[in-house]
Design a protein around this ligand. Structure first.
Ligand SMILES: [Zn+2]
Length: 330
């Protein structure tokens, strides 16, 4: 039936019709979305393009969906919840913080966003370009027993990993953080986020946070508002605090000499949650500061570099941490 209809239409095509068809084809290639309800789905990435390096945070904005009930993105099997954002003089929009894991392979990937309005759902597609970050290589010399774990230590480490995973599986569905992030310690940023580590001559897991050199006992502050999800005293991290900032965003503070909060405590930005130490696997007093964004290990300084000043969020920006490589802690 479809074929016959097409044939008949084709027969009657005049010169004017042809011009019109050409115009429609041209228009639909410029405005591929929603101009014609029956057009086939557009190719991936038609709603925009973002790019960033491994370990960076991208701010993705979906504009003008005033009545949306839920906005959610999917990127490399990770879920990115979007939150509503008001800016004076601009249409309402939704912001998603997309973390590029330090080990995501460079390349182009789709961020698929679903905007739900009651029963209806609209799909958006963004193209995300992941660029390679040049991470430092560190050569560490540590006591043998701290690197080559015996069976008992391996079992302990595995159990601790599991405990943390369980604790972090739960996360606040409310966005607890706000625009003003603070550096947790006044100290020297070492710039070793993501560095490849060679311990006692053998390659090990890359460094998944940033180390800040500071004296023993110096105050460690929460980078933003949140809830203390778990406090630990573990083989590698030593005394550590995991803060849940909501919507899949966690910050971690390791090697503390003292923990001043307990599980379930609400903390506010700048609140002192512990003291700098050298517990766990550490070569000297410093703070290991880590951030996880929807499962992606990102450079914590990406948050400080986000242009979230004066309570406003930008339309679309990339944070660009620029650490200087300096010697190691752990
Ligand atoms: Zn560290």
């Amino acid at each position: 039936m479809m074929m016959t209809a097409l044939k008949q239409t084709h027969v009657r095509i005049s010169r004017l019709d042809r011009t019109l068809i050409t115009a429609v084809v041209l228009l639909s290639s410029v405005f591929p979305v929603e101009l014609f309800s029956n057009t086939p789905p557009a190719s991936k990435g038609y709603d925009g393009q973002y790019s960033g390096k491994q370990g960076q945070v991208l701010v993705v904005k979906v504009k003008g969906e005033a009545q949306a009930t839920e906005v959610k993105g999917t990127f490399l099997s990770r879920t990115i919840p979007f939150f509503r954002e008001f800016r004076p003089g601009e249409p309402t929009g939704y912001i998603g913080l997309l973390g590029i894991d330090m080990q995501d392979d460079p390349g182009a990937y789709e961020l698929a966003v679903e905007v739900k309005q009651g029963e209806q759902a609209k799909q958006l597609s963004f193209n995300i370009l992941v660029a390679k970050e040049k991470f430092a290589v560190e050569y560490l010399k540590l006591p043998k027993e701290k690197v080559d774990l015996d069976e008992k230590a391996v079992a302990r480490w595995k159990a601790e990993q599991q405990l943390v995973q369980q604790a972090l599986a739960e996360n606040s569905r409310l966005k607890l953080w706000h625009s003003n992030f603070v550096e947790p310690v006044n100290g020297k940023r070492t710039g070793i986020f993501g560095s490849v580590r060679i311990m006692n001559g053998k390659p090990r897991n890359p460094h998944n946070g940033e180390d800040i050199g500071a004296p023993m006992g110096a105050d460690v502050a929460a980078t933003n508002d949140g809830i203390v999800r778990i406090t630990v005293d573990h083989i590698f991290s030593g005394k550590g605090v995991f803060v849940d900032h909501g919507l899949g965003f966690y910050s971690m503070y390791f090697h503390l000499s003292e923990i001043l909060v307990k599980d379930g405590d609400l903390v506010t930005v700048g609140q002192i949650i512990g003291k700098v130490g050298a517990t766990g696997r550490a070569t000297g007093p410093h703070l290991h500061w880590g951030v996880k964004l929807n499962g992606a290990r990102v450079n914590p300084y990406s948050l400080l570099d986000l242009p979230f000043k004066n309570g406003s969020t930008p339309a679309a920006t990339v944070a660009t941490p620029n650490p200087q490589a300096v010697p190691v802690k752990e």
